[in-house]
Ligand binder design. Structure first.
Ligand SMILES: NC(=O)c1ccc[n+]([C@@H]2O[C@H](COP(=O)([O-])OP(=O)(O)OC[C@H]3O[C@@H](n4cnc5c(N)ncnc54)[C@H](O)[C@@H]3O)[C@@H](O)[C@H]2O)c1
Ligand SMILES: [Zn+2]
Ligand SMILES: [Zn+2]
Length: 403
């Protein structure tokens, strides 16, 4: 039997499940040497037996060949697991704890971590601020679409669930705490969504749906979700959102039909750089959503932009976009005094509160995103289905602990 199966990127639109060996309590060599760590050893880390691990639109950017991810890149940053080994410096997390892992790896010691900006930790990635498990340019940490994974700085990073049986019972909701639920919530929170707000969410993928549900939790009066995939728009309607079908044109006119005005209070970009233009059969136009949300957000409004933008895109539609330079109409946003909130979601800022909302039945995130379980071996099929635009959030179940 394999020591540790993991999903691995094998080239554009190809993934495989391979044995990568059982994890060690060690940080990546490059991280240790470049970031001035005293040792590569990670007595502050734990090994998790993975209970659930989700496929994400962020993984798809790599799997579609739209990043500089090398063949052999291990995948998986949305991890929930049971502690099976704790390093000798771990004080409070115990073997047997079932924990949610924020997808951002954070040291808990640097200036940004101390200021709760864990999405841009300064000590875990030689290439730039911020890191994640199983992701290109994110420090070389091993992915967690696997049987086991190592989590460093465990006391700081992990969110243990209060009760094991309750955690396993609600695992399809709790598994969304590692990324998309906090990320969708962050998009809305930063966009200023509050009681009575009207909100536009671009994208009805899992992050967009999580943002839409978060807007409801924050008290929005109307949540309008835009996409061009009918099945995904139907999913948004299933929990009370209005929708606009962007194959029919730009969002402003359709928003006016719903609200009586073409503007909303707050908008969230849950699409990112692979955005398509408006109309049937529109080609990719990476700045579409950024320009849309400036057009349809009221003057003085705020824009939550969790959708991912890259600094290198080998599959870009034009040479500027290849290095992340997009045709953004900044003059419009400037004229409306818009605030832009970009970057990785600092998961730790929100995961505890959202966990409480799940445990006390106030949030139904699994239902909103249509959580769908697959065994780990079927991950390549999950990637293909997700790429085709199905309205499902795939949750991998390596040890058969979910069903
Ligand atoms: N900031 C963060 O911390 C963070 C965390 C997780 C995911 N993300 C990013 O969020 C984005 C969404 O993730 P996902 O898993 O939902 O991905 P996804 O690919 O499943 O969903 C994107 C959706 O956008 C739709 N779309 C394309 N062009 C559009 C347009 N012009 N207007 C409206 N919709 C359009 C697509 O049809 C698709 O349904 C990705 O870019 C992902 O990398 C960011
Ligand atoms: Zn993710
Ligand atoms: Zn840090």
């Amino acid at each position: 039997m394999a020591d540790n199966r993991c999903v691995v990127y094998k080239g554009p639109l190809q993934t495989a499940v391979e044995d990568i060996g059982y994890p060690k309590l060690e940080v990546p060599e490059d991280v240790a040497s470049t970031m001035g760590m005293r040792t590569q050893k990670a007595p502050h880390g734990v090994i998790l037996k993975i209970v659930s691990t989700n496929i994400c639109g962020s993984d798809q950017h790599m799997v579609r060949g739209r990043t500089t991810a090398p063949v052999g890149q291990t995948l998986g940053h949305e991890i929930t697991g049971e502690v099976v080994e704790a390093g000798e410096d771990v004080q409070f997390i115990k073997e047997g704890d079932i924990c949610s892992v924020p997808f951002n790896i954070a040291c808990g010691r640097c200036r940004n971590c101390k200021e709760r900006q864990t999405g841009i930790c300064l000590n875990v990635n030689p290439a730039r601020a911020g890191s994640a498990y199983g992701y290109v340019d994110m420090g070389g940490w091993t992915g967690g679409q696997a049987d086991y994974v190592m989590v460093p700085f465990a006391d700081f990073n992990l969110l243990p669930f209060p009760d094991r049986d309750q955690a396993l019972e609600k695992i399809l909701d709790l598994t969304m705490l590692s990324d998309i639920f906090p990320t969708g919530y962050h998009g809305c929170y930063k966009a200023g969504v509050t009681t009575g707000s009207t909100v536009y969410v671009a994208g009805a993928g899992p992050v967009g749906l999580a943002a839409a549900h978060s807007a409801q939790l924050l008290g929005a009066s109307v949540v309008i979700v835009g996409d061009m995939i009918p099945e995904r728009l139907e999913q948004a309607r299933s929990f009370g959102c209005e929708t606009v079908d962007l194959t029919q044109g730009s969002p402003g006119d359709m928003i006016e039909q719903i609200l009586g005005t073409p503007e909303v209070d707050s908008a969230v970009d849950a699409v990112g750089f692979e955005a398509r233009g408006h109309g049937a059969d529109a080609e990719e136009q990476p700045a579409t959503v950024l320009n849309d949300i400036m057009s349809i957000t009221r003057a003085g409004g705020e824009l939550g932009i969790p959708g991912l933008y890259v600094t290198g895109d080998p599959g870009a539609p034009d040479p500027d976009a290849e290095e992340g330079t997009l045709k953004v109409r900044l003059g419009l946003g400037w004229a409306k005094s818009h605030s832009f909130h970009t970057g990785q979601c600092p998961v730790m800022m929100y995961n505890r509160g959202l966990m409480m909302s799940i445990l006390h039945d106030k949030a139904q995130i699994a239902k909103a995103v249509n959580a769908t379980v697959l065994p780990l071996d079927q991950a390549p099929d999950g990637y293909q289905q997700f790429d085709s635009g199905v309205a499902k959030k795939f949750v991998l179940d390596p040890h058969g602990m979910i069903s």
